[in-house]
Design a binder for this molecule. Structure first.
Ligand code: C5P
Length: 227
């Protein structure tokens, strides 16, 4: 098999990262979670006070973009790469509901997208990569050999995200998580720059009623066919 590029897009909590991690480890590929990059920039903006629940000073964030350095560092013990923002491990903090509530606003800023997309393209220059996000098959790697578009109902997705947050010890209400999932879906699919859309040549995967193993087996076959 030759090394290929695998692009996985879809709404929040469709199981993209679970699938992407499994695929990457099975194929010996690099896995890149682009959502973590948008989350890290959002966390930076929150720390600086550029964004709050009711204000967003885009210009200040845009002016700071050259100062924002993002890096993935593989953690051997965990078996996956963690996100570093200007040298600090932000892997945990970027997954909180506070960051989830603001990330779609930051991700709608074209200057932010341009910076992250450029870095993502570089990471995939040698292929052998599985990347997940919202615009991977459409903007980052329009020539990817395999494109997947994942879907599942909002309730199924909110339940997954809710269980995940509880497991991490976060004190959240299901209704708040469901509302956040729906709000991000709406912003992510209606923004002007790189909205979430299914690429024409993407294969749609609805995993509402599929186990993680069933889904994995189906996609591994697709990956070998595309290699
Ligand atoms: O994948 P995850 O849910 O962690 O992504 C967080 C947010 O980052 C998304 O809701 C979306 O607003 C943004 N995002 C994006 N483009 C990507 C990946 C994530 O706009 N490629």
């Amino acid at each position: 098999d030759k090394k290929i590029t695998i692009a996985i897009d879809g709404f929040s909590s469709t199981g993209k990262s679970t699938l992407a991690k499994q695929l990457a480890s099975h194929l010996g590929y690099v896995y890149v979670d682009t959502g973590a990059m948008y989350r890290a920039v959002t966390y930076y903006a929150m720390e600086k006070g550029y964004i709050t629940t009711d204000s967003f000073n885009k210009e200040e964030l845009i002016a700071d973009l050259p100062k924002i350095q993002l890096q993935f560092k593989f953690n051997e013990a965990l078996g996956f790469a963690e996100m570093y923002l200007n040298g600090n491990n932000v892997e945990k903090i970027i997954r909180t509901l506070e960051v989830s509530r603001l990330v779609s606003k930051v991700a709608a800023v074209s200057e932010v997208r341009a910076k992250l997309v450029e870095q993502q393209k570089q990471m995939g220059a040698d292929k052998g990569i599985v990347m997940d996000g919202r615009d991977i098959g459409t903007v980052v790697f329009p020539d990817a050999e395999l494109k997947l578009y994942m879907i599942a109902s909002a309730e199924t997705r909110a339940k997954r995200r809710y269980d995940e947050l509880l497991q991490k010890g976060e004190n959240v209400e299901f209704e708040d998580v469901l509302q956040n999932v729906k709000e991000r879906d709406s912003i992510d699919s209606s923004r002007a720059d790189s909205p979430l859309v299914k690429a024409d040549d993407a294969i749609e995967i609805d995993n509402s009623d599929m186990t993680i193993t069933e889904q994995f087996e189906k996609v591994v076959q697709l990956a070998h066919k595309a290699s």
